[in-house]
Design a protein around this ligand. Structure first.
Ligand code: NAD
Length: 255
């Protein structure tokens, strides 16, 4: 492990499970104190809460704050918690929900809920974090979008809309916040083995077809995304701003 994030404080939303959990652990292993912000403390998959994992396996400190990212007051409490560790330097807007759906049957309420979590959460979370980062001489914001934010799919239209919006939020914020010393980038994961992927209910045949279409011939692991997030959070990416980093084993731009 490195000290790439020594003396940094990171807020990772949705860090109780899956990709966010791996990002939080990786950041802690590389020197950052971490605030886990999630609606639940136990991982959707099995295992100990992320805060416990970090405190027992790394030298970093960690806190858990119960937070629905679509609730601005909840998010404010998370940013306040980060002040205990010195103030937020890195925000990873990772919390998200996925829904397969028949477009002709999407309801306004279903649409609103998905957009609230996947877009409104990162929008106001970034606003709250940016106010602190400006006081603290800058920072890094990372939005976890998806390849569904690059390519449309009729089987989950609302999700595509939300992840496309997150991509443009990234570019617009890079433009607004770059002069303040804040870098804003997006990660676009392909399929990653988490509880969310199970929500997609892919049968074994569809899964096999999917893997065959991925040049790297495997589904992603949460750690694949955490490595990209570590790079974007660190000074190694000091001149990377307003960028979309696609981490999909080569799926989107080939074939
Ligand atoms: N798994 C994939 O194949 C994949 C692919 C592309 C993008 N993504 C994106 O990566 C991110 C993480 O996905 P994952 O696969 O780890 O999902 P996951 O379902 O395994 O974990 C998501 C975590 O977010 C939390 N969460 C959900 N709603 C929340 C809310 N309103 N407020 C706070 N926390 C909330 C959940 O409790 C959970 O701990 C999501 O934004 C997802 O859209 C995932």
């Amino acid at each position: 492990m490195t000290n790439l994030l020594a003396a940094k404080t990171a807020v990772v939303t949705g860090a109780s499970s899956g990709i966010g959990r791996s990002v939080a652990r990786t950041f802690a292993e590389n020197g950052a104190d971490v605030v886990v912000a999630d609606v639940r403390e136990d991982p959707r998959e099995d295992g100990r809460p992320t805060r416990e994992l970090i405190e027992s396996e790394t030298d970093a400190s960690a806190a858990y704050v119960e937070c629905d990212v679509s609730n601005v007051d909840d998010f404010e409490a998370v940013i306040d918690e980060a002040d205990r560790f010195g103030g937020v330097d890195v925000l990873v807007n990772n919390a998200g929900i996925f829904r397969s759906e028949e477009f002709l049957e999407v309801t306004p309420d279903g649409y609103d809920r998905l957009m609230e979590v996947n877009v409104k959460g990162p929008f106001f979370g970034s606003q709250l974090a940016a106010r602190r980062m400006i006081e603290n001489d800058g920072g890094s914001i990372i939005n976890v979008s998806s390849i569904a934010g690059l390519v449309g799919n009729g089987g989950y239209v609302t999700y595509c809309v939300s992840k496309g919006a997150l991509r443009l939020l990234t570019y617009a914020l890079a433009h607004r916040l770059g002069p303040e010393g804040i870098r804003v980038n997006a990660i676009h994961p392909g399929g990653v083995e988490t509880a969310m992927m199970e929500d997609a209910h892919m049968g074994p045949e569809a899964l096999d077809q999917f893997v065959q279409a991925i040049p790297s011939r495997r589904i992603g692991e949460p750690d694949d995304i955490a490595g990209a997030a570590l790079f974007l959070a660190s000074d190694l990416a000091g001149y990377v701003n307003g960028e979309s980093l696609v981490v999909d084993g080569g799926y989107t731009y080939t074939g």
